[in-house]
Structure formats: structure tokens, C-alpha cells
Design a protein around this ligand. Structure first.
Ligand code: GLY
Length: 598
């Protein structure tokens, strides 16, 4: 068992500071507070909070990479006990919901990609939140018919979708688990009841979000003391309510979440949110289902890259970017060459234009999935990238992919800010889990029930349902799943998995995962170097370039005609690269993740 899991709580109540020295020794990460020199995105919910020393490890039997050391340790404990990758994933997720509550948890949703080594079978499970049955397309329009301000929509009950994570954990366990369900809860229960150290990142994000977190009494009581001071890094924190919730679920299974006391508490919190009530009902919770969907796979160079299809736009948009880059020799250019980033940036701009026009939940909306990946369509659009200068705005529009259903679509408007969490786990026999998990915005809707936060996933829908009478694909509809950018990904070569990865980051997820794919597959960088490369994203506005990117690259992009905005671009990649006789796990230096392997 991980050293952290059994540590007794210090006497003296729920909150207590450890001595500086001890806190420093126990904290596994070394945050090197790099003050950003570029623009700070004031509304970004999960802003940069410093960088840690790059984390990568080599292992031979198993590997866990998660966004917090205690979560990785919980997964590792399950693998040491003979658990499968899914057993480890469940224990890891339950601890993430405690120690990284701003990013994911029981009150949210997730997409899981699973590779079963023995059966050589790839399955993707959709545990995305659904809009309540009472939701209507004007959910995020104000009385004046205009879209609400982002946080006016997010904070409170209005944005809360029916959570999917708990059913996803249960479904995955039924299919691929080996250890008893209740045993997977032990590390998280122990940590919730005996306490854990507040990480520098959690403390910084609570402080940044204080005004919003104070609006709900349960949330305020957990993240602030009686005098109103926020939790601080190195502070010992317990969450008895979360411990009680976990005990209920360990004993009662998923039904203890979707029916009964907890369900009633969630509905009450949403419907009775004083200033912004929502529409989640008991019947929504009772009706929630996980959906198995066909994996979406694209060919790139000598690889086959697979992930989650709609309602996530992640793999489909990454497939579009890579498809547009296919004719270009990125390997010859390399990561320091502005020409490489011109191609990647404009490929991203074109793929995002298509994404915003066409991609939504396929259970409700026809999506030209095949058309968007059609080789002839992509080749024609790739030809736009010839030359050496940035595409003019007039050329960076959505295209017309081949499609049986000539439906008119308007471009949507869904602000998608950096948040969420990612984990990758490979077990002893080679089963592989890559899962992106989220409560959407940092701290979700800021409503806390049973020690966990409720999601604000519905704000991933377009706030605008139509333009000039033409419907937006990603408009709110009852029972529909909001479009996501999450991109849990597995790369195959000759039929065998060679890389599994994913990242948080809102819509930036797409650019970050594409970057790591290009860095490893085209440029041959090792994972540590690939993750450390700056994040760049061209999504239709200025070319966003991460603070700290070498000036030569920034100047080179400007010289190519791009408007460049230097800013925080915070990712949190977790990745495992698999070789014939070993594997390498790596965590993004921008967050607090840790790879653990043996
Ligand atoms: N809420 C983050 C995503 O689904 O992309």
C-alpha cells in the first residue's frame, strides 16, 4: 500500500498545518513557481500554478499516471494486489475526487478507452453527463434573449448535467474488474477520513476562485475556515462527508448514487440553488446510462490512432488535424521550426472550424464523421496549407465534407476553458485504460453534495441554439450529451498499442494531444521532451502561444502573418509509451501528476 494511504490524521481537528519542513518533505512535487510573463487568462478556471520537475519513469510490469501523487499511489496499490487496469482506475478516480476535487469526481462525467490485451479488443465507454429532461435550447439565454455571461451560467444549478462517472466506474468494473468493488474504495475512504495534504495547486485555485466558491454554504464550509480563510498548501484536510458517500457506494453500488438519499440531495442542491436554480430531477438520475460507442480510429503515417467519437469532438478533430498534416513532412522540419507550427496551426484552424460547425451528440444530431475524415476531403483542404504564409481568415472556414444529409448548420458558441483530469494505467498483462474525467469548469458548478462537487457540464453546449433560423448542432436538448473535447487516445503500430495518452485543458486538449502525437511520432522525441514542448493552439482567433515559448518561434510565426497571443496554456498530459520490454510513463510538468510503475 502506498505510504500515504494509511497515514493517521494529526490530532486536533479537521484542519491543521504541518510544520513547513515536514510539509516540504512529504510533498512529492517540486513546484518551481514560474511567474508567467505573458497574458493571464483571468477567467480560466484551472490556471497555471507553476511547473514541477519533469516526471517520467521506466517500468516493466505496470504503470499508473494520474494527476496527483496520492491518486497514482491508490492505483498502484490495486495493481500490486493483483488488480486490473480498471480496478486501479477506479481507486485512482475515487482519490482524485478528494485530492484534486476541482477537476473531476463523482459529480462529473468521463470517457474511457480500454484495450483488453488477451482479447485484443478496443472498447470506448461514454460516461458523459446528459441534459435533464426539462432542459430546453434556451437554457443559457437570458431574459433579453442574449447568451448569459459564462460564470452567470456556470455557478449554481442551471449548468448541472446528470453525472455519468459513477455508472461508468461500475460498468467498467463489471466488464474488466477483478478485485472486489468495495476494496477499490479503501484508499479513498482512508484518505477522506484520516486526511491528506492540500496541494499547492488546489490551494492556489481555491484562492483564485474564492468569490465563486463562497456562494454555496457547503462548498464554502469545506474550502474555507470559520474566519473565511481558504485552505492552504501543506494543510491537513479531511472530508468526512466524502468518506460517508464512498462508504455508501462501496456497500450499495451505483444505485446508492442514482437513487435514494444522495440522489435526493443532488436534486435538492440543483433545484434549490438560491440564485441560479437548475432542472436536474430524480428521474434523470434514475435513467442515466453509460453508452458503449465504436472506437474512432484514424491512420497517421505508420500508426493507427484510436479514441472516443462523438459526443466528444476530441479524436475527430485530432484526426482532422493529422489528416491535413499527412502530406507534409513534419519530421524534416522539427519542433523549433516556425514552418512546422504554421502547418500545425493552420491545420488546427481548419479542423476547429469544422468541429464548431458539425460535431455534437450523434444520438441527437447527424454528424458527418466519415466525411470529416474522408481522405479526398482532407487532401483538398490540406492543399490550402501549401505555401509558407498563414491562411487568410476568409480561407479558414468550415468545409463541406461529403455527407448524405445536406443539412444546414450554424457555428456554435461554447466557451471551453482549461479544466479536467486525465489518467493512463497499464496492468501486468497489458490491459490499458486511458480516461479523461471532468466536472468541466474548475470546481464545476460550485455546488457540493456528499463531499463532492457537481459538474457544470451543460455549459459545454452552445449557449446560442440557432443563428438566423439555422440550428446549431451542439444546442441544448433534453437527454443530449454536450459536445466534449476530451481525447483519451491509444496509438497502435502493427496492431499493438505503443502509446496511450490524454490531457485536461478544455478545447486546448485537442491541440495538446495533437502536439504530443506529432512530437513522439513525427519528431521522435521521448515523452518527457514531448510533454515539455510549449503548447500552441490556433483555434480561429489569434495563434495562442504558451508563455516561455522561444522568441525565435514566436517571431517566426509573426513573420508568417499570424497574430500571436502569448499566454498561459495549461495542460496536464498523462502518457505511457510502450516498448517491447519496458514502458515509460510521464506526467505533464505543468500540473502535479506522478507516474508510478514497477
Ligand atoms: N468539459 C471538458 C470537455 O468535455 O472537453
Amino acid at each position: 500500500m502506498a505510504d500515504s494511504a494509511g497515514r493517521p490524521a494529526p490530532p486536533g481537528g479537521r484542519r491543521r498545518f504541518l510544520s513547513r519542513g515536514l510539509a516540504g518533505a512529504i510533498l512529492l512535487w517540486a513546484v518551481a513557481g514560474a511567474g508567467p510573463a505573458g497574458a493571464v487568462d483571468e477567467i480560466a478556471p484551472e490556471r497555471a500554478t507553476g511547473r514541477q520537475a519533469a516526471q517520467s519513469v521506466v517500468a516493466y510490469d505496470w504503470m499508473v499516471v494520474a494527476a496527483h501523487p496520492l491518486a497514482s499511489a491508490a492505483g498502484a496499490a490495486m495493481l500490486r494486489e493483483g488488480g486490473t487496469a480498471v480496478d486501479a482506475m477506479i481507486a485512482t478516480q475515487l482519490v482524485l475526487g478528494l485530492v484534486e476535487p476541482q477537476s473531476s469526481g463523482l459529480g462529473g462525467g468521463a470517457f474511457l478507452v480500454h484495450w483488453a490485451a488477451r482479447d485484443q479488443q478496443l472498447v470506448t465507454l461514454d460516461g458523459r453527463e446528459t441534459a435533464p429532461a426539462a432542459a430546453t435550447p434556451d437554457l443559457f439565454l437570458g431574459a433579453d434573449g442574449q447568451p448569459l455571461g459564462f460564470y452567470d451560467a456556470v455557478v449554481g444549478g442551471r449548468s448541472v448535467g446528470t453525472p455519468g462517472t459513477v455508472r461508468l466506474l461500475a460498468e467498467a468494473h463489471r466488464r474488466w474488474g477483478r478485485l472486489p468493488w468495495d476494496s477499490l474504495f479503501e484508499p479513498a475512504i482512508r484518505l477522506a477520513e484520516t486526511g491528506f495534504l492540500v496541494s499547492p495547486r488546489l490551494a492556489a485555485l481555491v484562492a483564485q476562485d474564492a468569490a465563486r466558491l463562497r456562494r454555496n454554504p457547503a462548498t464554502r464550509d469545506y474550502f474555507f475556515d470559520a474566519r473565511g480563510a481558504p485552505v492552504r498548501a501543506g494543510m491537513w484536510l479531511t472530508n468526512p462527508a466524502y468518506g460517508q458517500t464512498l462508504r455508501r457506494l462501496a456497500l450499495g453500488g451505483e444505485d446508492a448514487f442514482y437513487q435514494g438519499t444522495l440522489a435526493a440531495q443532488m436534486v435538492a442542491a440543483v433545484q434549490q440553488a438560491p440564485d441560479n436554480p437548475g432542472r436536474l430531477a430524480l428521474a434523470d438520475l434514475a435513467a442515466y446510462r453509460v453508452v458503449e460507442r465504436p472506437a474512432l480510429c484514424v491512420a497517421y503515417r505508420i500508426y493507427r490512432i484510436c479514441g472516443m467519437g462523438p459526443p466528444s469532438s476530441g479524436m475527430l478533430t485530432i484526426g482532422g488535424i493529422l489528416g491535413l498534416l499527412q502530406p507534409y513532412h513534419l519530421a524534416r522540419l522539427g519542433p523549433a521550426d516556425p514552418e512546422a507550427w504554421r502547418l500545425i496551426g493552420d491545420a488546427s484552424r481548419l479542423a476547429f472550424a469544422d468541429r464548431d460547425r458539425y460535431i455534437a451528440d450523434t444520438d441527437f444530431i447527424r454528424v458527418p464523421v466519415k466525411g470529416l475524415l474522408d481522405p479526398a476531403y482532407l487532401a483538398a483542404r490540406a492543399a490550402l496549407l501549401k505555401g509558407s504564409h498563414a491562411l487568410p481568415d476568409s480561407a479558414a472556414e468550415a468545409g463541406s465534407p461529403p455527407w448524405d444529409h445536406a443539412e444546414q448548420r450554424a457555428t456554435g458558441a461554447a466557451p471551453e476553458l482549461p479544466s479536467t483530469s486525465h489518467l493512463v494505467i497499464r496492468d501486468r498483462v497489458g490491459n490499458l485504460v486511458t480516461m479523461t474525467t471532468t466536472i468541466e469548469n474548475g470546481f464545476g458548478a460550485r455546488l457540493m453534495v456528499g463531499g463532492f462537487l457537481l459538474n457544470n457540464e451543460l455549459t459545454d453546449f452552445s449557449f446560442v441554439p440557432e443563428r438566423g433560423g439555422i440550428p446549431v448542432a451542439n444546442r441544448v436538448e433534453p437527454g443530449k450529451r454536450p459536445r466534449s473535447s476530451m481525447a483519451p487516445t491509444i496509438v497502435f503500430k502493427d496492431g499493438r498499442p505503443v502509446l496511450a495518452l490524454g490531457s485536461p485543458g478544455g478545447a486546448l486538449i485537442i491541440n495538446v494531444v495533437a502536439k504530443v502525437l506529432i512530437a513522439t511520432l513525427d519528431w521522435g522525441l521521448d515523452l518527457k521532451a514531448a510533454l515539455a514542448l510549449p503548447n500552441l493552439a490556433n483555434r480561429g482567433g489569434p495563434y495562442e502561444v504558451e508563455t516561455g515559448t522561444p522568441a525565435a518561434l514566436v517571431d517566426g510565426l509573426r513573420a508568417k502573418g499570424f497574430a500571436v497571443q502569448v499566454k498561459e496554456l495549461n495542460s496536464g498530459v498523462a502518457a505511457v509509451q510502450i516498448f517491447a520490454d519496458h514502458m515509460v510513463g510521464a506526467a505533464d510538468p505543468r500540473r502535479e501528476g506522478l507516474p508510478l510503475g514497477e
